[in-house]
Design a protein around this ligand. Structure first.
Ligand code: HEM
Ligand SMILES: *[C@@H]1O[C@H](CO)[C@@H](O)[C@H](O)[C@H]1NC(C)=O
Ligand SMILES: *[C@@H]1O[C@H](CO)[C@@H](O)[C@H](O)[C@H]1NC(C)=O
Length: 511
């Protein structure tokens, strides 16, 4: 009997340095087949029974273990973004932005950090079709010398809501009906037409960009405002954009529908095969910068992620390039178990007071403690380059448990603390209020601009109207009416066009 191979042991006995390597294959200490307890097994297909025809025996622990382990193979899928695909790569700094942030991984041109990226759809289950009309998740884990920096982005520059309390309710309306277990167009549009701050996001979702050709052909956006901060405590507000170097390419509604039937894993396959043949996809990273003074004057709240920042006022400043160049070896270990969170944020980058972002800081690790267990950061793919927190002990699957090191602030073995930049700008005053935002005319302006933008591309306004009409026609008449009213506020002609096209589809449905 030999111990598990040294590489596996060392991954956990040092301060885990496993993030930079892909997950080890297995405990491949034996060349022969064994039980999980390492005991040799003659014939894995044989089972013990009484005679040739009698009942099987409880002492056949190999069979029992096999069945028991199989029954426990599934873990909860992500409550949103369950269907996804991922790969490793590298983020490289291409321009100097040290005037904006003190983040160590951004501190010099040419500096490279390893990344893990996971793309996803949002609403469907883990077996659902890749080409569904949906925003795409674009989650990036950057393994930096100062810990993990996660950019848990989407393929849309804005989001549906700005009140975090609405998120579970909103998601329910986009998923299955509690009774019929079917997607429900009435419920879908009932929510959206009564929470009209979503309209700017709908302009994106129901354009052909709501059905990207593949994960390689779409952009990524922070959506939220973050802060880039310097050691001296000064900061700017920023939004981060990742622009695809492959060019944006989309599917029509009908192409997406066909693919959903013919090859429902199309974008997963496309990503894997592209990397496998060395056609490594890349994205150029940009930052939009707004000073706190400019934020005071800005037409919209910078904490409202239903709005973009006009690029003529806040130009895109290039700073990096991300390239994906390595497929995972094991999907479950490296992609399904990956745990991305906006709360993984390094010194020099800070969350803004956007309430949706603030809620996400809690929600992701909370979800992962449920989905993967309390020690999810010990899973190799989630392990930071350096970690030292001997106060967090035990719990399920405590593989790396700090041995005999003191589990309190011991005066005999003092820990070393690194000073991080001051956050003097973080000072809040006020009293607790019950807040929820109200929709105003102002909330339609950017949707109107987006409608005009679609008009600059051949056939895109028509596709937008069509894409909504074939979905909205399935909704209750009252809900259709309210939805037309919402798009009237974007553009009266759009509202009218949508009304006509949708009602035509309603008639077509009824014959
Ligand atoms: C209040 C608002 C939101 C809440 C409560 C929320 C919550 C969640 C939860 C619980 C997960 C599953 C995490 C896991 O089990 O690992 C998730 C996944 C995800 N969310 Fe959100 N979310 C919100 C808004 C957003 C926004 C605004 C974005 C993008 C700008 C976003 C992007 C993502 C992505 C990309 C994933 C998938 C990460 C992966 O690939 O593992 N979410 N979200
Ligand atoms: C802080 O550092 C930034 C960038 O180096 C600089 O522009 C700014 O003037 C400094 N502010 C103060 C108050 O020292
Ligand atoms: C959709 O929801 C409406 C309103 O709750 C309900 O009347 C209808 O039966 C549902 N339809 C489906 C297909 O789930």
């Amino acid at each position: 009997m030999r111990l598990p191979s040294p590489s596996v042991v060392s991954a956990f006995t040092t301060f885990f340095a496993c993030a930079t390597a892909t997950v080890q294959g297995s405990n491949s200490g034996h060349s022969f087949y064994t039980t999980s307890g390492g005991v040799p097994v003659n014939d894995p297909t044989a089972f013990q029974r009484v005679g040739r025809n009698g009942p099987i025996l409880l002492q056949d622990t190999h069979l029992i273990e096999q069945l028991a382990h199989f029954a426990r193979e599934r873990i909860p899928e992500r409550v949103v973004h369950a269907k996804g695909a991922g790969a490793y790569g590298v983020f490289e700094v291409t321009e100097d932005i040290t005037d904006l942030t003190s983040a160590a991984f951004l501190d010099q041109i040419g500096k490279k950090s390893r990344v893990l990226v996971r793309f996803s759809t949002v609403g469907g289950e883990s077996g659902s079709a890749d080409t569904a009309r949906d925003p795409r998740g674009f989650a990036i884990k950057i393994y930096t010398e100062e810990g993990n920096e996660d950019w848990v982005f989407n393929s849309t520059p804005v989001f549906f809501l700005r009140d975090p309390s609405k998120f579970p309710l909103f998601v329910h309306t986009q998923k299955r009906d509690p009774q019929t277990h079917l997607k429900n167009a009435t419920v879908f549009w009932d929510y959206l037409s009564t929470n009209q701050e979503s309209v700017r996001q709908l302009m994106h979702l129901f354009s052909d960009r709501g059905t990207p050709f593949s994960y390689r052909h779409m952009d990524g956006f922070s959506g939220h405002t973050f802060k880039f901060a310097k050691h001296n405590g000064t900061y700017n507000y920023v939004k981060i954009h990742l622009k695809t170097d492959q060019g944006v390419r989309t599917l029509t509604n009908e192409e997406a529908g066909d693919l959903a039937g013919k090859n429902s894993d199309w974008t997963t396959q496309d990503l894997f095969e592209a990397i496998q043949r060395g056609d490594n996809p890349s994205w150029t990273a940009y930052v939009q910068v707004m000073s706190p003074e400019q934020a005071e004057q800005f037409r919209y709240s910078v904490f409202d992620l239903t709005k973009t920042w006009p690029e003529d006022q806040f130009p895109l400043r290039k700073f990096g390039k991300m390239t994906l160049n390595q497929n995972p070896e094991n999907f479950f270990a490296e992609i399904e178990q990956a745990a991305f969170s906006p709360s993984n944020i390094v010194p020099g980058i800070e969350p803004s007071a956007d309430p949706v972002l603030q809620a996400r800081l809690f929600s992701y690790p909370d979800s992962q403690r449920y989905r993967l267990g309390v020690n999810f950061n010990q899973i190799p793919v989630n392990c930071p380059m350096h970690v030292n927190n001997p106060f967090q002990r035990d719990g399920h699957f405590a593989i790396h448990n700090y041995g005999a090191a003191p589990n309190y602030m011991s005066s005999f073995h003092p820990l070393v603390y690194r000073s991080v930049p001051t956050k003097e700008h973080e000072e809040w005053v006020g009293k607790a209020t019950l807040f929820s935002s109200v929709v105003e005319d102002k909330d339609f302006e950017q949707a109107t601009e987006e409608w005009a933008y679609l008009g600059t591309m051949e056939g895109q306004q028509r596709n937008f109207v069509h894409n909504i009409a074939v979905h909205l026609c399935n909704a209750h008449p009252e809900v259709r009416k309210r939805t037309y009213g919402m798009f009237d506020r974007v553009d009266a002609q759009l509202g009218q066009w949508l009304r006509e096209e949708t009602e035509k589809e309603v008639v077509a449905l009824s014959v």
